[in-house]
Write a protein that binds this ligand. Structure first.
Ligand code: MG
Length: 273
């Protein structure tokens, strides 16, 4: 055997041994304890041999016209369409809303009057809401076009004019305030309308007042996923840790930040999940 043949055979042998070692490692990594194995019971039993064996006809999903309720989905509850505040009250004392009702079908925060919230309470929801900060820029940081959308009246999704206006990232636009940094900053230019599409699952509590399941939030900002099914750790205070008070269904609340933010909202609708 010539020297180069020897080298070839040696190298081949080394590669075979190396590959075998990797394969064994992969086998070990694929092992899972019984509790980790997910069993999909609908696909158990004898495997079907015809296509019909895996085609189901129930439950039948309801038909929803995506724009059938004045532009909102036909099964949505329209909370604000520009015609008035009949679904809303002032948070402080449940009296009539005094925020500005505009001719273009929107509303604007009236400074230092307080937050507003829906009269109706909700649990798990899909929420569509549009907002804009004033075109005329004023102040910096958290004091530029700050408002917020509180799910169950407790958990704030930040609304902020963040364009050329940096702030702490867990308080920037699209954050779950002081809990989750958004995956992206997806704002349109200041003064234009942003959309938030939100999927919210409320936390669950047992009779002893302990949280047994965390709430979750998914947020799509102008078509961009910025919160991906994140866990709500508790309330979203300005100062202090998140708290976990027991609650059931709650209102949707919009924030008056108290510094003449002049944030506007329009086209608000909810689908209960
Ligand atoms: Mg805010």
């Amino acid at each position: 055997m010539k020297l180069n043949q020897c080298i070839y055979i040696f190298t081949l042998g080394f590669l075979v041994v190396a590959c075998k070692g990797e394969a064994q490692e992969a086998e070990v990594n694929q092992e899972a304890t019984e509790s980790e194995v997910i069993i999909h019971t609908e696909y158990s039993g004898e495997e079907p041999t015809k296509p019909e064996g895996t085609e189901f006809y129930e439950p039948i999903p309801p038909v929803v016209n995506p724009t059938g309720n004045n532009g909102a989905p036909s099964d949505a509850i329209v909370l604000f369409d520009g015609s008035g505040f009949d679904q809303w009250v002032m948070t402080n004392d449940s009296t009539e809303v005094v925020w500005h009702l505009n001719d273009d079908g929107s509303m604007t925060v009236k400074d230092k009057t307080g937050d507003i919230q829906t009269s109706q309470n909700f649990g798990d929801i899909q929420l569509h809401i549009e907002w804009k900060s004033p075109a005329e820029v004023q102040r910096d940081g958290q004091n530029r076009g700050n408002s917020g959308i509180f799910l169950s009246g407790l958990y704030e999704i930040q609304v902020l004019d963040n364009n050329d206006n940096d702030t702490y990232v867990n308080g920037q636009v699209g954050s779950i305030y002081k809990q989750h940094v958004p995956l992206a900053k997806a704002s349109v230019p200041t003064g234009e309308w942003n959309t938030y599409d939100i999927v919210y699952h409320a936390p669950e509590f047992n009779s002893d007042g302990q949280k047994i399941k965390s709430g979750t939030i998914t947020l799509i900002h102008n078509g961009v996923l910025v919160q991906d099914h994140v866990e709500i750790k508790g309330t979203t205070p300005y100062i202090g840790w998140p708290k976990n008070p027991v609650h059931g269904e709650g209102p949707l609340k919009l924030q008056d930040h108290g510094d003449n933010s002049r944030v506007s909202y329009r086209n608000i609708w909810i689908r209960e999940l």
